[in-house]
Write a protein that binds this ligand. Structure first.
Ligand SMILES: *Cc1c(COP(=O)(O)O)cnc(C)c1O
Length: 854
């Protein structure tokens, strides 16, 4: 018989322990080891069993232990200290670093993401994108940046992975009770739950909000699983990346449209919006709609407002990773919405099309975001370049290097990912500033002063801890499968705590190529079976539930791990998550990564490893293309950044290179032990990596880059455009509309230079061009010479622009412009002339897409 009604019996915390709730409901515990270890000491095994979720943990603590602790003076004192630190942290106003002067009274920036990786226990992330968003919030909190987050709250989270006896991935979806997560319901002054509604193809979806405190930051999560919704709508927030295309569209509408509505409902309308990946691009549309409705702006003026204050980060160079919705599907969900904005549906769809005239083209969220934001970036230098190429059709008139997509390289949140033991070493030799000011080169340069033996012993302790963790996990995995006692015993003996340990943990997507390590089994086995210089591998990672190729790869790997000759040196850990990542990036010696260049946008797990003194062994892709030094002084590379047409051939070449680098560089270096059994050259690389890469590849530097290059100019644009009842926004919009109608009549003729075939480096050349402005005021344009060295194909390999000035009017309405340019380096040199729009309120003239070439 089933009960009619159920209640959770929550333990009554003794008064002296009440402060534990305050610690539990702020995710600061995820990067403050004082707090997490306080919870752990209360009941270590239960803490682990609860996946380090303090709310469940407090719910389940036996009353007896609570009573004991409430009388334990030492514990009570620690609790008071932890509470005091949290309160001090949260209330600390102002900031040591130089951030733009935003009005702090109300968080100005709203960050949108479909996933957030904040703590192991909060199941609203799947992988890198989410972890990055979590690290972004944490650094924004540490920097005291006025920012809020918005996301969704999934009842079944992302799937949990387990394997069948023959190594096939299975997915499990636990049902999470939000009351048992570090989330609190968002209520209004009267104590009623705050909800927002979104129209979904004629049905009204209602969503309630939960608040997740991330240090000083408020992260609001929308939840559609409420009784007011019919079952099919309640399912919208069931699973992260679950369901079909239509489900994805509904989730993205809830995130973008619902998210903006929520912030308005809370009295926190965003001044600047940061869209983390195209998933949230509907936020820009909803802001346009609200500007139109609340301030009576035209679509064009509202679009100026929204675009000038939007920041968009694109994350994936894999075409399938960019959401595209068929026009029919869009019509069902957005026709009334477009009408509400006064747009014909065709014009509406054009916002999401690379070619606005192509009626067949699907509606792409990335294109929508690019068109509706003035600050676009990729997540590493290489990815910026790849993105400019990938999306150049959105700006068809522009040379690829002028496509307005920049790059802000990702970083990781150091206090989250650095092992507590290593953190103590850093405290001692770098000073505690490495936490508050991790992008300071001076701080990290002190890595040099860490004594070799101390760094190495600490690292070895981390490796031992990793081995211990792996054995326990393996034992649990086996127990769950009903393994026999003999197998369980074997689990206790896998891995050698002194052997060279290589970690490979990531999504099993095809481009990540977990297979290239397995291509030459004989060479791999030779590495593993060397008794003098043993090598061992730890693997972890999930394949997307629908990706059978990825699952086959895992299966092949597991098959190999189970063989008699490899079972002690190859281990696959099931259910990769933040906890496993933490242990692996802290305890391995080498972090292996084999993406097919240039498909890894950035990659952050390697940075986490770097922050712990773990060396990289990776193809030159994403961040490693930027960080690697060719003398191998901070880590190792597989190849030199080649790109191949023939993928099978590339895999073969790179797998052979991988074995060679392992055999002749990595293994000898690691086992080259001197006095005190220390691998001096290896330790030197660890220190150089920490010292030179630490100050740059961290999330504080990343967030400060966003603040300086995106949030701050976007904020200032927003303030300037909204002044005088949005006068400047209206003016800018009508200026733009006029310019667009007149632009077709602009022309350039008679471009000439007073130079012969040969010019000399450093010697000025005068350039003239005749320009027809067709009634456009000279103040509204910038005429410029576009010049530089040419490559062997006659294309500009490096270009510079120099503004030209009007020299004199001509009789027939044309104007003569001139300037001087100088070849800076010897080589084949060329130039041309172009006209760009120019307006003081337009920070980047490229964003309008208007250009006239000679
Ligand atoms: C850091 C992290 C990732 C992202 O790592 P990549 O290098 O981008 O593969 C994925 N999953 C987890 C659990 C992580 O901690």
């Amino acid at each position: 018989m089933r009960p009619l009604k159920t209640f959770s019996a929550v333990p009554r915390l003794p008064d002296s322990l009440f402060g534990l709730w305050e610690l539990a409901y702020n995710c600061w515990f995820a990067w403050n080891s004082e707090i997490s270890s306080l919870f752990a000491t209360m009941h270590p095994s239960l803490w682990e069993e609860c996946r380090e979720n303090p709310v469940i943990f407090l719910h389940r603590l036996p009353q007896k232990i609570l009573v004991e602790l409430s009388e334990d003076d030492f514990f009570l004192q620690r609790l008071q200290e932890a509470l005091a630190s949290l309160r001090h942290y949260v209330s600390k106003a102002g900031n040591s670093t130089s951030l733009p002067d935003m009005d702090d009274a109300r968080p100005a920036v709203t960050y949108f993401s479909l996933e957030y990786g904040i703590a192991t226990c909060l199941p609203i992330y799947s992988g890198g994108l989410g972890i990055l968003a979590g690290d972004h919030l944490k650094s924004a909190s540490d920097l005291n940046l006025p920012l809020n987050g918005v996301g969704l709250c999934y009842r079944e989270g992302y799937f949990r992975q387990y394997m069948t006896p023959d190594g096939w991935q299975q997915e499990r979806y636990p049902d999470y009770d939000f009351e048992e997560l570090p989330l609190q319901p968002v209520k209004d002054e009267k104590g009623n739950r705050i909800t927002v509604d979104v129209d979904l193809a004629g049905q009204r979806l209602l969503a309630q909000a939960w608040l997740c405190r991330v240090g000083r930051i408020s992260l609001y999560l929308l939840d559609a699983n409420i009784p007011e919704n019919p079952p099919e709508l309640r399912a919208i927030t069931s699973r992260l990346y679950g369901g079909d295309l239509e489900m994805r569209l509904c989730q993205e509408m809830l995130l973008g449209v619902g998210g903006v509505r929520l912030m308005h409902r809370l009295g926190l309308p965003p001044t600047v919006v940061h869209m983390n990946e195209g998933h949230s691009a509907f936020a820009a549309l909803e802001r346009i709609r609200i500007f139109m409705r609340e301030h009576g702006l035209s679509f064009e003026a509202a679009q100026e407002m929204a675009a000038s204050t939007s920041v968009f980060t694109t994350h994936t160079p894999v075409p399938a990773g960019n959401d595209r919705f068929p026009p029919e599907l869009m019509a069902r969900y957005f026709e009334p919405y477009a009408r509400d904005m006064g747009l014909s549906f065709k014009v509406f769809l054009a916002l999401g099309r690379e070619d606005p005239r192509n009626d067949q083209e699907a509606f792409c969220m990335t294109v929508l975001a690019l068109r509706l934001s003035r600050f676009n970036n990729g997540v590493s230098r290489l990815h910026g370049k790849v993105s400019r190429k990938m999306w150049k059709r959105v700006w068809p008139q522009f040379p690829v290097e002028d496509v307005p997509i920049g790059a802000i390289t990702n970083g990781v949140h150091m206090p989250t990912w650095v092992a507590p033991d290593m953190a103590l070493v850093y405290d001692r030799y770098l000073g505690s500033n490495w936490r508050e000011d991790p992008d300071c080169t001076r701080v990290w340069n002190n890595a040099d002063t860490i004594p070799d033996a101390e760094l190495w012993r600490t690292h070895e302790r981390m490796r031992e801890r990793l081995v211990d963790f792996v054995r326990k996990r393996l034992r649990r995995q086996l127990l769950e499968k009903g393994a026999r006692a003999r197998e369980l015993q074997a689990a206790d003996e896998v891995l050698d705590p002194r052997a060279l340990t290589i970690g490979f943990a990531r999504r099993f997507a095809t481009y990540k190529r977990a297979n290239i390590l397995l291509l030459d089994e004989e060479r791999l086995l030779r590495l593993l079976s060397n008794r003098q210089r043993p090598v061992q591998f730890i693997f972890a990672g999930k394949a997307h539930p629908a990706d059978n190729d990825g699952k086959r790869l895992i299966q092949k790997l597991i098959e190999l791990c189970r063989r008699k000759e490899t079972r002690y040196s190859l281990v696959f850990l099931e259910d990769y998550d933040m906890k496993i990542a933490m242990h692996m990036v802290q305890g391995c010696d080498v972090w292996l990564n084999t993406p097919r260049r240039p498909l890894e946008a950035c990659g952050t797990s390697g940075m986490k490893a770097m922050a712990n003194g773990v060396l990289q062994l990776s193809t030159l892709d994403g961040w490693w293309d930027e960080a690697f030094q060719p003398d191998n002084s901070v880590g190792f590379s597989i190849g030199m950044g080649e790109e191949y047409e023939d993928h099978a051939y590339q895999d073969f070449v790179e797998s052979q290179t991988l074995y060679t680098v392992l055999e002749s560089d990595v293994v000898p270096d690691f086992y080259d032990r001197g006095h005190g059994n220390l691998p001096r050259s290896w330790i030197h690389k660890m220190k150089k990596g920490i010292g030179e890469l630490g100050p740059f590849f961290n999330a504080h530097r990343m967030v400060e880059d966003y603040a300086e290059h995106a949030y701050s100019p976007a904020y200032n644009s927003g303030v300037a455009l909204a002044r005088d009842a949005f006068g400047p926004a209206k003016e800018l919009a009508s200026w733009r509309m006029n310019l667009m109608t007149q632009w077709g009549g602009l022309a350039i003729r008679n471009v000439r230079a007073e130079a012969t075939e040969r010019v000399y480096v450093g010697e000025p050349i005068t350039v003239w061009a005749e320009v027809q402005l067709n009634g456009v005021s000279p103040a509204d344009v910038r005429v410029e010479a576009y010049h530089g060295l040419l490559d062997k194909d006659g294309e500009f390999s490096f270009r510079k622009t120099t503004e030209m000035y009007e020299n004199q009017g001509m009789d027939d309405g044309w104007r003569l412009y001139r300037c001087e340019i100088q070849p800076r380096d010897p080589g084949r040199f060329g130039f041309t002339v172009r006209i760009m729009p120019s307006h003081p309120l337009l920070p980047d003239p490229h964003s309008l897409g208007l250009i006239r070439w000679a």
